[in-house]
Design a protein. Structure first.
Length: 266
């Protein structure tokens, strides 16, 4: 089940977890990472939608089923997210963001504190630098960039027997999800992450409860950098997941869900 909203005269898609969206319930907005879409949150969004929350797992502009073009900066994505809340008639929400989406959630919490009641940042770091070689590959050699990113996003390429979903290929599914995004989205997303400079300033401005979920083997956003960002957020909580890379929702879906559910209940 999903909703289609109009945000700045463009279609905005959000998955609602298999339940009709009810803005009178505590709202949780899931924000995906670069070159991805709402599908990365299927397990977490579906569980919470069936356990007392209203869920919006969004597709950012130009991604997945949303219209428009990919936005050029984290700041613009944050402003768009708040405009989406307005369109959905949501006064306040908890924001859960992965990678690029974590920076969007951080920006929202700092700049729009009256709209954000708590944030969970998954696979995050600041600065979220991207090497010049990879930036160039995202622009000129997308297929090559997809393979590099997918390799660096996982702690291993073979997850059996630890994979909780027999027959589900974690790395292959993540690669296919990137491949189905529109041309140009990858470069826009990675350039936005690399160009974001306000992370530490925004972190110091966060007033709501903040949870950091980090992967011990994350090669894209190293846990060390995630801890440094968490230290700048007053009163934040850090949860380190062992044997997990950057694709935390794919490699450790149950663990991520358990920690998020507890954090959102509080």
């Amino acid at each position: 089940m999903s909703v289609e909203l109009s945000v700045r005269n463009e279609r905005a898609f959000a998955y609602t977890g298999g339940k009709a969206f009810d803005a009178t319930l505590p709202v949780v907005v899931f924000i995906h990472g670069g070159e991805l879409d709402h599908c990365v949150w299927i397990l977490q969004s579906r569980y919470l939608a069936h356990h007392g929350h209203a869920v919006l797992a969004i597709d950012l502009p130009g991604h997945g089923r949303s219209g428009g073009t990919a936005l050029a900066s984290i700041e613009a994505m944050a402003e768009w997210t708040i405009a989406l809340l307005d369109s959905a008639r949501v006064k306040t929400a908890a924001l859960v963001g992965h990678s690029m989406g974590s920076l969007v959630a951080l920006e929202c919490a700092a700049r729009f504190p009256e709209r954000v009641r708590r944030i969970a940042l998954v696979g995050t770091a600041f600065p979220m630098r991207v090497s010049p070689e990879l930036i160039e590959a995202t622009k000129a050699r997308e297929s090559e960039a997809h393979l590099m990113i997918n390799h660096w996003s996982h702690s291993a390429l073979a997850h059996y027997p630890s994979n909780p979903g027999p027959g589900f290929w974690v790395a292959g599914g993540n690669l296919r999800l990137m491949q189905r995004q529109k041309p140009g989205v990858l470069h826009a997303d990675f350039a936005a992450c690399d160009g974001y400079k306000a992370g530490l300033d925004r972190a110091a401005q966060v007033k709501c409860p903040a949870l950091f979920l980090l992967g011990r083997l994350d090669a894209m956003t190293p846990a060390r950098s995630g801890r440094e960002l968490a230290a700048a957020v007053p009163g934040s909580t850090v949860k380190l997941l062992g044997d997990a890379g950057h694709n935390l929702m794919g490699e450790k879906p149950d663990e991520i869900l358990d920690v998020l559910a507890e954090f959102l209940r509080a």
